[in-house]
Design a protein around this ligand. Structure first.
Ligand code: COA
Length: 328
C-alpha cells in the first residue's frame, strides 16, 4: 500500500523591489566589489524599505504558492514560518500572515533555526503530514535581515539580504514528495552567529542600543570552517535515508551563504555545475528565505520535471544544520 507523503504542490516568493549593490556598499564601509564578489559571490541584494516588514513579503510569497497549488487559504490546516526577523517579538508573524490570507482554519506559529529554518520547516511539515495531523500546510522561510544588520560592520553588512519563499505541502499517497529530512544542532557554538541584546538575558535598554547588541554578529571564518563538513554530512545522511545515490540528484538547492561553501560541498559530493542552483549573486544571504526563493525560481523557470530528485541543505545560527531530499 502506498505511503502518505508530504508533497510540495506550490511555490512562491516575495522579495523587496529595492536593490543594494556592492557599489552602494563601497560608499558605506571600507569594502570593495572585488572583495565581496571573490569572497562570497554576492553582487547585489534586495533590501526592505522603512515601512516594510517580514509578514508583507511572507504574505506575497504565500499567495503565489497558494495560487500555483490551487489551494484556497481556508483549506490550510497549518501555517509555519521559519524566521529570526519577525515583524515584532509578540505575536508570531505567522499569525499576521494567516490574517492577511484569510486562512481562518489554520493554526499558525513561528519557529527559529537560523539559516536552517526551511529545512527544519520541511521536517516539521513532514511529521505533521505523515502522522495524519494535517493535510495542507503552508511553510514559509524568510527574513528581513537588513533591519538587524550593523551598517558600520563590514564583516556582516555586505552579506545579508531580504526576502521570503513559501511552499504549499499536501498529504498525498505515492512516491513523490519529501523522501527524507535530517536536522541537527550544536549549541556549544551558539556564539558563532548571534544577536545578544533584546532577550531575557540582556533585555533592551539604552545601554544595549549604545553597545549595538541589537545587531547580528558573526564569527565568519570559524563558521565557514564547520559549515562545509556539516553540510556534506547532512547531505550524505539525507541521501542515505532516502536511498538515493549522490549522482541521482538533479538539483542541489543549498542555502546561499557563500559560493565557496556551495562549490566545496558540490566538489565533495561530485556534482557538476549544472546540478547546482546559485542565486546568491542577486540576493545575498536571505537566511531561511534562500532555499524556498531558489526553489521557486527553478520551478517557475520550468527547470524541474516530475520525479526529479532535489536536495536542499543549510547551515546557520544555533548552530543548526540539515538537509532534505524531495522527489518532485
Ligand atoms: N571588505 C573588505 N575586507 C573585509 C571585509 C569586507 N566586507 N570583511 C572582512 N574583511 C577583511 C577582514 O578584516 C580580514 O582582514 P585581515 O586579514 O587584515 O584581518 C580579511 O578580510 C579576511 O577576513 P575573513 O573573515 O577571514 O574572511 P573570509 O574569507 O573568512 O570571508 C566570510 C568572510 C564571512 C565571507 C566567510 O567567512 C563566510 O562566508 N563564512 C561563513 C558564513 C556562513 O556560512 N554563515 C552561516 C549561515 S548565515
Amino acid at each position: 500500500m502506498d505511503k502518505i507523503r508530504a508533497r510540495i504542490i506550490g511555490t512562491g516568493r516575495g522579495v523587496p523591489e529595492k536593490i543594494l549593490t556592492n557599489a552602494d556598499l563601497e560608499k558605506l564601509v571600507d569594502t570593495s566589489d572585488e572583495w565581496i564578489t571573490t569572497r562570497t559571490g554576492i553582487k547585489e541584494r534586495r533590501i526592505a524599505s522603512e515601512n516594510e516588514a517580514l509578514s508583507d513579503f511572507a504574505t506575497i510569497a504565500a499567495k503565489n504558492a497558494l495560487e500555483m497549488a490551487q489551494v484556497k487559504p481556508e483549506e490550510l490546516d497549518l501555517i509555519i514560518l521559519g524566521t529570526v526577523t519577525m515583524d515584532q517579538p509578540i505575536p508570531a508573524s505567522a499569525c499576521f500572515v494567516q490574517h492577511n490570507l484569510g486562512a481562518t482554519n489554520a493554526a499558525a506559529f513561528d519557529f527559529q533555526a537560523g539559516c536552517t529554518g526551511f529545512i527544519y520547516g520541511l521536517s516539521i511539515a513532514d511529521q505533521y503530514i505523515r502522522a495524519g495531523s494535517a493535510k495542507k500546510i503552508l511553510l514559509i522561510g524568510g527574513e528581513i535581515l537588513t533591519k538587524v544588520t550593523d551598517w558600520q560592520d563590514r564583516t556582516t553588512c555586505v552579506l545579508f539580504g531580504d526576502g521570503c519563499g513559501a511552499v504549499v505541502i499536501y498529504a498525498e499517497k505515492g512516491e513523490r514528495g519529501i523522501l527524507s529530512t535530517s536536522i541537527h544542532s550544536d549549541g556549544s557554538m551558539a556564539d558563532f552567529i548571534a544577536m545578544t541584546g533584546g532577550g531575557s538575558r540582556i533585555p533592551t535598554s539604552h545601554q544595549t542600543v549604545d553597545q549595538r547588541l541589537h545587531y547580528i554578529k558573526m564569527k565568519g571564518n570559524e563558521t565557514f570552517k564547520v559549515a562545509v563538513r556539516r553540510i556534506e554530512s547532512a547531505c550524505r545522511e539525507s541521501l542515505e535515508l532516502a536511498q538515493i545515490p549522490a549522482e541521482g540528484v538533479r538539483w542541489f538547492i543549498p542555502h546561499q551563504a557563500n559560493t565557496r561553501i556551495i562549490n566545496a560541498v558540490a566538489e565533495r559530493l561530485g556534482w557538476p555545475e549544472d546540478r547546482l542552483y546559485i542565486n546568491i549573486d542577486r540576493y545575498g544571504n536571505t537566511s531561511a528565505g534562500s532555499i524556498p526563493i531558489g526553489l521557486d525560481e527553478v520551478v517557475r523557470d520550468g527547470k524541474v520535471k516530475a520525479d526529479d530528485i532535489l536536495l536542499f541543505s543549510a547551515f546557520g545560527a544555533g548552530l543548526t544544520w540539515g538537509s532534505s531530499v524531495v522527489r518532485w
